[in-house]
Design a protein around this ligand. Structure first.
Ligand SMILES: *[C@@H]1O[C@H](CO)[C@@H](O)[C@H](O)[C@H]1NC(C)=O
Ligand SMILES: *[C@@H]1O[C@H](CO)[C@@H](O)[C@H](O)[C@H]1NC(C)=O
Ligand SMILES: *[C@@H]1O[C@H](CO)[C@@H](O)[C@H](O)[C@H]1NC(C)=O
Ligand SMILES: *[C@@H]1O[C@H](CO)[C@@H](O)[C@H](O)[C@H]1NC(C)=O
Ligand SMILES: *[C@@H]1O[C@H](CO)[C@@H](O)[C@H](O)[C@H]1NC(C)=O
Length: 549
């Protein structure tokens, strides 16, 4: 067994870290050999079983003391009375999230009920849907015609984290414009999430007339709003034609240009609101810009008096893991996390590959958790054979594509007692070396991991990661953000506590809609400001009252 140097250490995180890291290489190798079997067990715990046996797992877990006190409808955002067996997570999530951290406004609750009625009336294969879909066959639409139902179709781009934050953004757009949200069905959405709306599906039917166009949607697409503006295809003073195409493509991707960004200008919605079908593709959380649009402001103020709760409520309303994933989440939670006194999530997203950035990232993580008192330091002078002087336990859930961070933390707490006497256990459900967005099982694991992170009590996330945004948003948590190391040097300070739990809107519009001049959009409203994890003006985020909440 390799020994780390023993000695007396004063309270100095950095010093402990460096010495620890020096002996790490030797220990890590030894550790891999010693723990190979236990790691295999961790893997199999995260397998996805096809389904539940009937009646199994309907009871609340033993650590829930009084089930009748649990607010299963999440303050009223969820509609009661839906079938529980087909989507167990919908009503069971309240047990695991241990109550709501904020209360929804009555306006939000009634907006969701109205939306559900609209979705029922206009969803796939209803009379109104059939009528409106026919305009797509003829590709002609007279803008003076008023269709009963209008739609926004969401199509995916990039990783699962991006998909979740853009789907929530698109749903808010649907709520604000009274459009029906439909979702591209070809990306295993139904393997990941239950149907959120009662009585009719949110999936685009497979016989949708322009479904083959979805793959062609990009910045160059001729029917994108930006290109239509460039080609004078938008009716207005220059072109008074009332015959328009029945759909418009909204390109809300980080590479969008100033014309595409006119989607965030009030005046442009005079035309956009006429078009029955909006097809939207995005990879960014574009919610904050709606708060800067006078046409939506009043409604948004009523829906979200606490501005930084948008993703928290819309996420908890929309994203219910399917039974198969819920089973994996709850089995894992009950086996490893439920009994700890405190749960800590650490989400590591490494962007560099060569040379291996492990050492600076690991140093940064340790520096952060020790300095911010998220985890206790270890006493390297002692081995942990003697047991723990306190019965408090902390369970650490690490998510990363690599297992090195998990192994290092686990090794450290397995071999040495903590300064506080607490017991720290470290877990990692799964790891894959690269990100495989299209692989179904990869996305199922990623979703289960995001959800598990959202169930922790304290969260440490990597900056600019949508995976972390989803976890913090669903959990209603303000994470400690690990700044990205520059040039392989871990930054100082290693991390900083976020002031808002909202995701960051990266690649934000930066023009004034009226004057078309450059505008620092982070300085217009007190509750829409630049993100903590982005440089300078490259991101907008919603904050609570006075920037706190
Ligand atoms: C559980 O809570 C309900 C409502 O607060 C109460 O009426 C009931 O007595 C409680 N049951 C137990 C076993 O504590
Ligand atoms: C809508 O069209 C589908 C076939 O495309 C049909 O099965 C369905 O009955 C229609 N709905 C109504 C309400 O007529
Ligand atoms: C469009 O509809 C309006 C009102 O119904 C009608 O006056 C106009 O002639 C129509 N335009 C075309 C090109 O069909
Ligand atoms: C005006 O728009 C229509 C369709 O929206 C298009 O066919 C026509 O070419 C446009 N006219 C000009 C002058 O660009
Ligand atoms: C800690 O564990 C001991 C022995 O199991 C027990 O007697 C004691 O009550 C526990 N203390 C707390 C605070 O749970």
């Amino acid at each position: 067994m390799p020994r780390c140097p023993a000695g007396q250490f004063v309270w100095n995180p950095k010093k402990v870290l460096i010495i620890f890291l020096l002996c790490l290489t030797a220990s890590a190798l030894f550790f891999v050999l010693k723990h190979q079997s236990s790691e295999a067990a961790t893997w199999s715990d995260f397998d996805f079983k096809p389904s539940y046996k009937d009646e199994e797992d309907d009871d609340h877990p033993s650590w829930v003391k009084n089930d009748t006190e649990v607010d299963k409808l999440l303050g009223g955002i969820l509609k009661g009375g839906l079938d529980e067996k087909s989507c167990r997570s919908r009503y069971q999530s309240a047990w695991y999230h241990k109550g709501l951290k904020h209360q929804p406004s009555s306006h939000l609750i009634s907006a969701l009920r109205s939306y559900e009625a609209l979705h029922k009336r206009c969803g796939p294969y209803t009379e109104s849907y059939n009528k409106t879909v026919r305009y797509l066959d003829s590709m002609e639409f007279n803008s003076s015609t008023n269709t009963e139902c209008k739609y926004v179709v969401w199509t995916p781009r990039d990783g699962l984290g991006n998909r979740i934050i853009t789907l929530a953004s698109t749903f808010l757009y649907a709520l604000l414009t009274k459009r029906v949200l439909l979702v591209d069905r070809r990306v295993h959405v139904s393997d990941l999430f239950c149907e959120p709306f009662p009585e009719n599906s949110w999936l685009v039917p497979s016989d949708f007339p322009i479904i083959d166009e979805f793959d062609k949607l990009n910045k160059q697409y001729s029917m994108s709003y930006g290109n239509m503006l460039k080609n004078n295809l938008v009716p207005g003073p220059k072109n008074a034609s009332s015959l328009i195409k029945p759909f418009v493509y909204l390109h809300v991707v980080h590479d969008y240009d100033d014309d595409d960004k006119r989607f965030f200008c009030d005046d442009d919605h005079t035309f956009l609101q006429e078009v029955p079908w909006h097809i939207l593709k995005s990879n960014i959380y574009f919610v904050p810009s709606f708060f800067m649009m006078p046409i939506f402001q009043q409604h948004l103020d009523l829906l979200f008096p606490e501005k930084d709760t948008v993703f928290y409520f819309l996420g908890r309303y929309l994203f219910h893991p399917t039974n198969m994933i819920w089973k994996a989440i709850t089995r894992y939670y009950n086996a490893y996390l439920a009994r700890a006194d405190e749960r800590i999530g650490i989400q590591v997203r490494v962007f560099e590959t060569e040379p291996d950035p492990f050492a600076p990232y690991m140093e940064q993580i340790l520096d952060c958790v020790f300095t911010e008192n998220v985890l206790p330091q270890v006493n390297l002078a002692l081995e942990s054979l003697s047991g723990h002087s306190s019965n408090r336990t902390k369970a650490v859930l690490v998510t990363s594509l690599s297992s090195k961070y998990y192994k290092t933390l686990k090794n450290m707490y397995d071999e040495h007692p903590t300064e506080t006497g607490e017991m720290v256990q470290v877990f990692q459900p799964s790891h894959e070396v690269e990100q495989h967005t299209e692989k179904e099982v990869h996305n199922m694991k990623a979703w289960a991991e995001m959800y598990l992170l959202s169930l922790t009590d304290k969260l440490v996330t990597s900056s600019k990661s949508t995976f972390g945004y989803v976890a913090q948003g669903l959990g209603g948590m303000k994470p400690w953000i690990l700044y990205r190391p520059e040039e392989y040097k871990s930054p100082n300070p290693a991390c900083q506590r976020a002031k808002s739990m909202e995701p960051c809107f990266q690649a934000t519009p930066d023009h004034d809609c009226k004057t078309r001049n450059w505008l620092d959009t982070g300085k217009v409203l007190p509750y829409v400001r630049h993100c903590e994890d982005m440089q300078w003006t490259w991101g907008l985020k919603l904050f609570g009252k006075d920037g706190e909440s």
